[in-house]
Design a protein. Structure first.
Length: 162
């Protein structure tokens, strides 16, 4: 994982913008926040991380509607978007990323096999951008790949902002 390089890029841009990032994680269980906070000075641009592994925590901490969870399931575009929006609404951050998926080795289905992940990014006062990705590998490999993809998405989102 090339996370330190990606994070340094994100850090310099967010510091220049005077923005703060918020994370909402399900299948990565806090890995993204952990990787971010390994970098000295991350408190200048990382506001907080929500680890919402259960449906109840998604509802209680991020305000994801129960009806959305019941209709689409936790691993869905709709829930990923709601998680990202909820992370912004329940923080002072300017930009949020959210991930929800199935890291395995169990929990997959025909419709949503192991490695199915939805990633969502949102800037304050903008609509979320959500992406479905299919990852492969062990549980650890999938989680690391999701982490890197989420961070790449942040970097891409802010690269042209001044």
């Amino acid at each position: 994982m090339n996370a330190p390089f990606i994070i340094q890029n994100i850090a310099s841009r967010l510091i220049r913008l005077k923005w703060q990032l918020v994370t909402a994680e399900s299948c990565t269980g806090g890995l993204i926040a952990s990787v971010i906070t390994e970098i000295p000075g991350s408190s200048l641009w990382f506001e907080r991380g929500f680890v919402t592994y259960s449906n109840l925590s998604k509802h209680q901490m991020l305000g994801v509607p129960q009806a959305l969870l019941e209709r689409f399931g936790a691993v869905s575009e709709e829930v990923a978007s709601a998680m990202a929006l909820g992370a912004l609404q329940n923080s002072t951050g300017d930009l949020a990323l959210a991930v929800t998926g199935i890291a395995g080795p169990t929990g997959g289905s025909i419709e949503k096999p192991v490695g199915t992940v939805y990633l969502s990014w949102v800037m304050r006062n903008e609509p979320p951008f959500t992406l479905k990705k299919q990852f492969s590998g062990t549980r650890e490999e999938i989680r690391k790949s999701v982490c890197e993809e989420a961070l790449k998405g942040v970097a891409a989102l802010i690269k042209d902002l001044n």
